[in-house]
Design a protein around this ligand. Structure first.
Ligand SMILES: [Zn+2]
Length: 370
């Protein structure tokens, strides 16, 4: 009797971790490695494991090296995660036969394109830029991440389905300028594709099934944007794929840690908002050279930061030394944390490669590589 009861109690949890996902939400902390997560937790909660991502039931490590470099950038890092193939730094969703800025490589099919091909709704929200390397790796294929005019236009010329349904993020001024330099008018892009490019979330019609919101600034409410994207994407009965990028580079230490805390809050909110049919995955594309080098529990982690930043600015250096923290302003090559909950989350375990995350998502949807 007891055994039967135990089996009944355990079965739903097992099925949840092993079953199929109708939807996948990928949270990408850009430059959010383990040291950033730990520092953000200490900074916000005074404890080393106070963030919700640290409480997720399935946790693994992920190697981040590229096809050639030991330390990845966001282009090669995200390409690996969303296509299952490694490439070189600077290259967006093309194979290692690409030469950055010189010649194209084989286009790599992204998890977003798999979802589009199957009629699911797809979306991305970023507080970096809509044509930044992280979101671009889902919908564009170029040999250099700097080609933002080409990247933006590829969002309107999808290889599969009808293209990204929801895009919310900043970069309006830079994208408009890049398009103008290429002789393209953003209004024409919008009109030709018959897709309005809104300047604010409030402009999106209440019953929209697709929406592009190109903001001026990265200082917007990420949680509000993600909840709006989720509302829109959920209208597709077949399911959805959503990627949320939080820029957690700690070259600006306080801003980077605050953004990690904000992203963590969005992960927590979404984990309770999405249904049990949704795989929620948290990953980082690479780590960053911020380290905890001292300090005491109960003391503010960033004590002395403002004075040190003023001194660093005066001495024209980009590194930071305060009693508890050292920041050396570069990406680093150590593995990052991956965390997951929901159907397919049990595949997140052990010491993985960044390319394995693509297969975690694909298998959760129940799809095969093709
Ligand atoms: Zn990055």
């Amino acid at each position: 009797m007891k055994k039967v009861l135990l089996a009944i109690l355990l079965t739903p949890a097992l099925l949840t971790a092993q079953g199929r996902a109708k939807n996948v939400v990928l949270f990408l902390a850009d430059a959010g490695g383990i040291s950033t997560i730990t520092a953000a937790s200490l900074h916000a909660t005074g404890t080393p494991r106070g963030l919700s991502i640290q409480q997720m039931p399935h946790i693994a490590l992920s190697d981040t090296t590229t096809a050639s470099q030991l330390v990845t950038d966001s282009a090669a890092g995200m390409t690996a995660i969303v296509t299952g193939q490694r490439t070189h730094n600077g290259v967006i969703a093309q194979g290692p036969d690409a030469v950055r800025g010189k010649s194209d490589g084989t286009p790599l099919k992204t998890i977003l394109e798999y979802a589009e091909q199957r009629g699911l709704a797809t979306g991305l929200v970023s507080n970096d830029s809509l044509t930044g390397a992280t979101p671009a790796s889902l919908y564009a294929h170029v040999n250099d991440r700097g080609q933002s005019a080409a990247i933006f236009q590829q969002a309107f010329a999808p290889r599969f389905g009808d293209g990204v349904d929801v895009m919310i993020g900043p970069g309006r001024a830079a994208i408009t300028k890049a398009l103008a330099t290429a002789g393209v008018d953003i209004g024409t892009v919008s009109a030709t594709a018959r897709r309005p490019i809104h300047a604010a979330l409030s402009e999106v019609p209440a019953d929209a099934r697709r929406a592009i919101v190109l903001l001026d600034s990265s200082a917007f409410d990420l949680e509000e944007a993600v909840l709006a994207a989720h509302r829109i994407l959920s209208r597709n009965k077949k399911g959805y794929f959503l990627m949320v990028e939080g820029d957690t580079h700690t070259d600006n230490v306080r801003q980077g840690l605050d953004r990690m805390v904000a992203l963590d809050k969005v992960v927590a909110r979404m984990s309770t908002t999405v249904g049990r049919d949704t795989l929620v995955l948290f990953a980082a594309d690479h780590s960053f050279d911020i380290q905890i080098r001292g300090g005491l529990l109960g003391k503010p982690l960033l004590e002395g930061l403002e004075a040190e930043e003023a001194k660093a600015a005066e001495e024209k250096r980009r590194n930071i030394r305060i009693p508890a923290v050292r920041m050396d302003n570069a990406h680093t090559g150590e593995p990052v944390m991956v965390a997951a909950t929901g159907p397919g989350a049990d595949r997140v375990r052990g010491y993985m490669q960044n390319t394995d995350l693509f297969r975690v998502m694909l298998s959760a949807f129940g799809w095969k590589e093709n």
